[in-house]
Design a protein around this ligand. Structure first.
Ligand code: DCT
Ligand code: MG
Length: 414
């Protein structure tokens, strides 16, 4: 039989023995535990769905008849991405990011190979959209609803729920949203519209370095020993990002719940703070990690928009001749910054989680759950068999606990 395989992005230190789990719903043996498939009946029909489910089960795949919490891969046939999203919302699913949304071609490739094949771009419903090549992609891109949702969700503070509401109200473009004075926008959405142009333009590495300097300087005025690490895409070596993520911890026993408040307080005084929302920590001692692959963590954090001043280019002769008042030239850019505070003993887990990528984190958590009977989140790793928390002082130690070779941050761009 096929061996259980770790997702391609990381490799097992030692080969695991194949796990033989009896399938409770039928007599077939499950060979691929980490993949839990659900096939959408819409546009496929009941008979074909039953046939495909039976086929996959016979080949050792775990296929669920219902859309349960354990489902990891959703397969659809002749459905566009927005149609699947619509269908999911109808099932009460708000957060579809916990699933891989795949076309039937992925399923067929798995059946042909007799094992799960990588869910490459060509099989993903969403990516199909980015490729923009096939006629299906064009159909999706032209979908009115998809176009509106893409515009709406490009605003900081606007998610699928708000987009849904606006779409139902008959709004289709951001101009229409802005013109509608009856809408009640949240503080976050107001900032999203106010700094829209800056926020949709990518943050460069140079801007990330400049903000990094500000963050380090401010944090060290209050906590000189604090460790400030740039995480997210920039730690993975990306050249641009939509925001800059910082992880802050204080080695030693001393913690300061007021640090974030002091930092943003100073920025406010200095005129550097355009927006901020501080979320207090909700972490409970000895909290068993969350099994949900996309659960929000419980750290104290701050979602902010900083005003990054940019040096003026000296083109005074041009300005004089055109009679432009320099005071009116915008010499700053609004930048989205996330600050996360982690207790020192959770720092390695927080660093692994906040370095991402999102897909890499999901794969790692699924691997821990299904292959190791452990639960991993941004706070801890819990061994369910031994009923103990596994301590880690570095990311290397976490990979070792999971029996995996270390993966460098720049290799985590799954
Ligand atoms: N993350 C997390 N919990 C959250 C939000 C994010 O664990 N509530 C992780 C996933 C990736 C990482 O933190 C950084 O998140 P983003 O900034 O959204 O992603 P990115 O990889 O930095 O990409 P971008 O360049 O778009 O900022
Ligand atoms: Mg980021």
């Amino acid at each position: 039989m096929d061996k259980i395989r770790a997702p391609a992005v990381f490799s097992q230190r030692k080969r695991q023995k194949g796990i033989h789990t009896p399938n409770l719903t039928c007599s077939y043996e499950i060979k691929f535990n980490e993949f839990v498939i659900f096939i959408i009946q819409r546009k496929m029909g009941r008979t074909r769905r039953i046939f495909l489910m039976e086929l996959a089960r016979r080949k050792g795949f775990r296929v669920e008849s219902e859309l349960s919490d354990s489902v990891t891969h959703i397969v659809a046939e002749n459905n566009s991405y927005p149609e699947v999203m619509d269908w999911l919302r109808g099932q009460g699913v708000d957060d579809s990011s916990r699933f891989e949304l795949l076309d039937i071609s992925w399923f067929t490739a798995c059946m042909e190979a007799g094992r799960p094949v990588d869910s490459e771009v060509k099989y993903r419903l969403m990516e199909i959209i980015e490729e923009g090549e096939s006629s299906r992609a064009k159909e999706v891109l032209n979908d009115e609803r998809y176009k509106s949702f893409k515009q709406f969700t490009s605003v900081f503070g606007v998610g699928v729920k708000t987009s849904e509401k606006w779409y139902r109200m008959g709004l289709r473009t951001l101009e229409e949203v802005k013109a509608d004075k009856t809408l009640k926008l949240s503080k976050m959405q107001k900032a999203g519209f106010l700094y829209y142009e800056d926020l949709v333009s990518c943050v460069s590495k140079a801007e990330a370095d400049a903000v990094s300097l500000i963050v380090r300087n401010t944090v060290s005025t209050f906590l000189p020993d604090a460790l400030v690490t740039i995480t997210g895409g920039f730690r993975r070596g990306k050249k641009t990002g939509h925001d800059i993520d910082f992880l802050i911890t204080n080695p030693g026993p001393r913690e300061d719940d007021e640090l974030l408040h002091k930092v943003v307080g100073l920025w406010k005084k200095q005129g550097l703070l355009l927006y901020c929302d501080i979320i207090e920590s909700t972490f409970l001692k000895e909290q068993i990690p969350s099994r949900k692959v996309d659960a929000m963590d419980n750290f104290q954090k701050c979602f902010a928009i900083l005003k990054l001043c940019q040096p003026r280019v000296d083109n005074s002769s041009y300005n004089t001749s055109k009679n432009i008042d320099m005071a009116e030239v915008k010499d700053w850019k609004a930048i989205r910054v996330d600050l996360i505070i982690a207790p020192f003993e959770q720092y390695a887990y927080a660093l692994l989680g906040w370095t991402g990528s999102r897909q890499f984190g999901r794969d790692l958590r699924r691997y821990a759950t299904h292959e190791k009977k452990m639960i991993l989140d941004n706070h801890a790793l819990y061994d369910r068999k031994k009923r103990i928390f596994l301590k880690a002082g570095s990311e290397e130690e976490i990979f070792a606990h999971l029996g995996l070779d270390y993966v460098e941050p720049w290799e985590r761009n799954a």
